[in-house]
Ligand binder design. Structure first.
Ligand code: 2AM
Ligand code: CA
Ligand code: CA
Ligand code: CA
Length: 260
């Protein structure tokens, strides 16, 4: 693909995500096969793999030149961001998917020469697709979202990674003490959704590219900063300690971290 036709891609991807969502819901009737990856709490299921294969096949059919980075490894080995790069997280919040059958998302981020063009976060159980980018704005299904208020740290709820909060990495417990409270949803996608809707002022977690690729495009379109916790730009091919936040909350958190 030379250059993305935003409307066409939007329309195609929405159709795939609708189908992927239906496949996941139908699979609730069948036994789930669950394996561990790096640790006891890092899971992958047959539905993570099936959903990624489904999306990778759709992307390849639609855009044979696409480079695809997928969490479960059915995409390509990507070493740079040249051309059109699709970044896929087939099920974000696999632990929630396994334990709760709720609070998980399907995510796709599309980048052209490193620039975010379109992001998609499908909240599967609520049947709401968050989609869009800098050229068309951000939508929850068909409803356009306004920019969330630029709330400061003390006046808002902060989403946190559970292990980072427990271990007090990056002084996270102190940061939370300066906020209105912590929330831990167990899915980066669901945290992004709360921020897009103005229900949280931020989220701090150690994330991989597929965890933040889609959300970064949507959040930045609405004036939310998505950077490393010390304020540097993210590398779309590297994991990082990520801070997603309103501009004011990001400033408050940076000031706090610099005071240690
Ligand atoms: P995942 O479910 O797609 O793996 C909370 O676990 C959030 O952090 C989820 O969005 C999860 O994405 C992500 N995450 C990133 N690395 C993880 C890991 N090693 N173990 C569990 N979750 C991880
Ligand atoms: Ca995973
Ligand atoms: Ca993920
Ligand atoms: Ca995943």
């Amino acid at each position: 693909m030379d250059s993305l036709n935003i409307d066409e891609v939007n329309c195609q991807v929405k159709g795939w995500l609708k189908e992927a969502r239906e496949n996941i819901i139908h699979a609730f009737g069948n036994p789930l096969s669950v394996e561990t990856k790096s640790s006891r709490v890092d899971l992958v299921t047959n539905m993570d793999k099936q959903t990624e294969k489904f999306l990778v096949n759709k992307i390849r059919e639609f855009d044979p030149n696409a480079k695809i980075l997928g969490e479960e490894g059915f995409g390509d080995n990507i070493t740079n961001l040249d051309g059109t790069v699709w970044i896929v997280d087939p099920i974000d919040g696999t632990m929630n998917f396994v334990k709760q059958k709720d609070h998980f998302a399907i995510m796709i981020g599309i980048y052209e020469n490193g620039i975010g063009k379109l992001g998609f976060i499908m909240d599967v159980m609520n049947d709401v697709l968050y989609s869009g980018g800098p050229e068309n704005g951000v939508f929850a299904n068909e409803n356009k979202l306004d920019k969330p208020e630029n709330t400061s740290l003390k006046d808002g709820l902060l989403g946190c990674s559970s292990p980072m909060l427990m271990m007090d990495y990056n002084h996270l417990q102190t940061i939370v003490k300066h906020s209105s409270g912590a929330r831990v949803y167990g899915s980066a996608g669901i945290e992004f959704i709360h921020i897009l809707r103005g229900q949280e002022i931020g989220y701090i977690s150690h994330l991989k590219p597929w965890d933040f690729a889609a959300g970064k495009i949507l959040a930045e379109t609405l004036g939310i900063t998505v950077k490393t916790i010390d304020g540097s730009e993210l590398d779309m091919l590297q994991s990082a300690n990520v801070l997603i936040a309103t501009e004011n909350a990001q400033e408050d958190i940076l000031k706090l971290l610099n005071s240690f």
